[in-house]
Structure formats: C-alpha cells, structure tokens
Design a protein around this ligand. Sequence first.
Ligand code: NAD
Ligand code: DAU
Length: 376
Amino acid sequence: MQPDRLLITGGAGFIGSNFVNYWIARHPGHRVVVLDALPYAGNPANLHAVRDLPQFRFVHGEIQNEALVEKLLREESINCIVHFAAESHVDRSILAPDLFLATNVMGTHSLLKVARKVWLDSGSGTPHRFHHVSTDEVYGSLDLTAPAFIESSPYQPSSPYAASKAASDHLVRAYGHTYGLDVTISNCSNNYGPFHYPEKLIPLMIVNILQGLPLPVYGAGGNVRDWLYVEDHCRGIELALQRGRSGETYNLGGNSERANLDLVRTLCREVDALLDADAGLGSRFPDAPVHHDGSAESLIQFVADRPGHDLRYAIDASKAAAELGFVPRHNLESGLRNTVAWYLENESWWRDLMGRNYQDWMHAQYAGRSPARNGG
Ligand code: NAD
Ligand code: DAU
C-alpha cells in the first residue's frame, strides 16, 4: 500500500512541520491533513509554505477527540496516519507528568481505536498504514562504551516522557498484533534543524548566544546524544512508509554522538564566527559577546543536573539501512551550519515565540535549577 492521503498528527510541531513541508514538496499530488491542538510547541507559522495549497488542510483539534478523528478519516478517505503529536520535552515531563500520559498514552490509544474502527471494522478492511513516531529514550541510558541501541534492546525508560512514549509504542504493537492493524514504528535519536522550539538544547543555545543570555549546561555537560538533522529523520519516515514491513520497528539515528559541552562549544564557535564575519549582524544582535571582544563560551553556566538524567543515547540504524536504504545525508557539521543560518535568517520566528511564551519558557528552563558554577 502506497499512502497518498495522509493525516499528520502534531504536524505544526518541530518534526511534524518539517515532515509536512518535506512530503508536500516530494509528493505534490497527495492529500495532507494536519491535526494539531497547538498547546504551545506547535506553531501554524511552521506551515506557512504550504498553508494555501489546495492539497493541504489544517485542523485545530486534539488527538483525544475521537469523534473529530473519525470524521477526518472518513471525509478525507485517509489511508495513512503519521503520528507525531506528543508532549515532547523531558524537563516538562519531570515538572508535570500528567499531561504526558494524557497526550502520549491516552491520545495514541484514541487514534488507534478510531483507526481500527474506520479501517478494520467496516467489511473487508481498507488498505492503510499507522506509523508511530517514537524515540530512542524508550531504551533508557547507555554507559559511555556500551553498544548502541538495536530494535530488540530492552525497554528501560527513565523519565515520565520516555515512559509515556514506551507505553504508546507497546499499544501500537498490541493493535498490530491483536487486531491486525498495519503498523510501523520508528525510534529516532535527537533531532535538530529549522522550526525547533527554543526550549531544547540546540535552539536554546543559539538564541541565547544571540541575546547574550546564559547558556545553561546541566551537570558537567558530559551527557552524550546522537544527533540527526531533521530532514534525514523525515526521509527515514518516508522510507518506513514506502518500504517498511507491517509490524516492524526501525531505529533511526545520525551516527553523530557528541557530549553536550562539546556541542555547546561548537555552537559558540559557529555563531561567533558568523557574527564576526558580518558587520551587519552586529546591529541585529548587539548583546552577543563577540561584539564586546568576548566569546560566546563566556556565557556557559553549569547548572544543577536534570533529575534522572540519562547519560547516553546512541542508535544502531543498521536495520533501517539494510531494509529501507536509510542513510543520513547530513553530518553534524553541515547540519549545525544550516541550523545556525536558519535561526539567523528567521529571527522573527523565535522572537515571536518568546514574546508569546517567554515566562512559560523560562520557567521550564530554570525551574529548580540554580547556577552551580561558572566557566568551562
Ligand atoms: P514538538 O513538541 O515540537 O511537537 C509536538 C506537536 O504535537 C506540537 O505541534 C503540538 O502542538 C502537538 N500536540 C501536542 N498535544 C497534542 C494533542 N493532544 N493533540 C494534537 N496535537 C498535539 O515535538 P517534536 O520534537 O516535533 O516531536 C514530534 C514527535 O517525535 C514526538 O512524538 C516525539 O516523541 C518524537 N521524537 C522527537 C525527537 C526529537 O529529537 N525532537 C526525537 C525522536 C522522536
Ligand atoms: O533522544 C530523542 C529525544 O531527544 C526526544 O525523544 C525528545 O522529544 C527530545 O526533546 C530530545 O530529548 P533530550 O532530553 O535529549 O533533549 P534536550 O534538548 O532537552 O536535551 C539534550 C541534552 O542537553 C540533554 O542531555 C539535556 C541537556 N540540556 C538540555 C537543555 C534544554 C542542557 O544541558 N541544558 C539545557 O538547557
């Protein structure tokens, strides 16, 4: 079954909107319907390039609204759900876990129930695919020298966010196994790129450098993440839809592990160099340290660690490479360069967000954390 009428949940968020833009550019004849509740991270501005196209429709609503989801599946003859919608920030899940269970667990179950009703309970069944976008965090934390996660690694989620994603993965598999729903799951490593809400590490560091604000590094900055440029994640999901076998799980990763402090220092050097090379940028970002004979690294502050902070994630994507032909096209250097350039070119995008959500955003960043010590 090749999907051509897609419902994208969470399509106004970071990865979802990148996926919508990617899919419409590559499949202009397909119908794309976005369902997004826009609680805070979703932003209709992320979809400005596609919003007036006839094949695109945006629906403001919750995945838990089963009547709405059923109506959309029927009236749009949807044959594929790509499920991104979630509460996605680990720090927020530590402060207030309930919403993560409501959205990530119960919301996913609502979608599965409706998909089963519309696609399987009506006569002979309709060709379909339910693709669930999940995370490497379900596998827990690795030692620095342990082999990377494979699809059969045990589930050992650490945070309420990771536990809620793990539960949703199990439900998706259960609906495939028990009811015959055509499901696939991708478990991906840390993404970065355009439209990334600036509460997550990379965009937070970029916008803080530009404003001369502190760069909060949790603990000693030795935690390791495996970074994948978001466009490569979109390609991985496309391949899973086109070539993935029903019931299978595919790990997607960038083969680009970095300790947080190294990554933050790289971003500091990248932004300093760009601002230094272009006098025009100085007037736009007068508070950046490079304009005061300093370097962005002077903004680094070591702050109290995230409770239960996973030490390391790393993905072994060899199954996706062998079965789907998945190979990331961006390395971390080119991806970070594109990302920094995007935040420089799209200043109004992040300033608008901060204007709307600034208090909320700062609260999520700093709640319970006081600077521990300065310097590197
Ligand atoms: P995001 O927070 O930017 O986007 C989530 C989207 O879901 C937002 O647009 C939000 O408005 C929407 N949403 C939230 N609750 C909803 C509800 N009840 N009904 C409808 N829409 C709702 O997150 P993201 O980083 O784009 O992540 C997307 C998906 O990818 C998530 O499922 C996440 O677990 C997964 N994932 C993310 C990463 C990463 O590095 N960001 C890596 C692997 C997997
Ligand atoms: O691994 C995939 C996951 O990656 C996704 O499932 C999540 O949705 C996504 O948010 C991301 O989770 P992380 O917790 O790894 O991402 P975050 O950007 O919040 O943090 C990355 C690392 O940087 C982590 O070790 C914590 C650290 N950090 C984060 C922030 C926001 C800091 O040191 N300082 C910060 O201010």
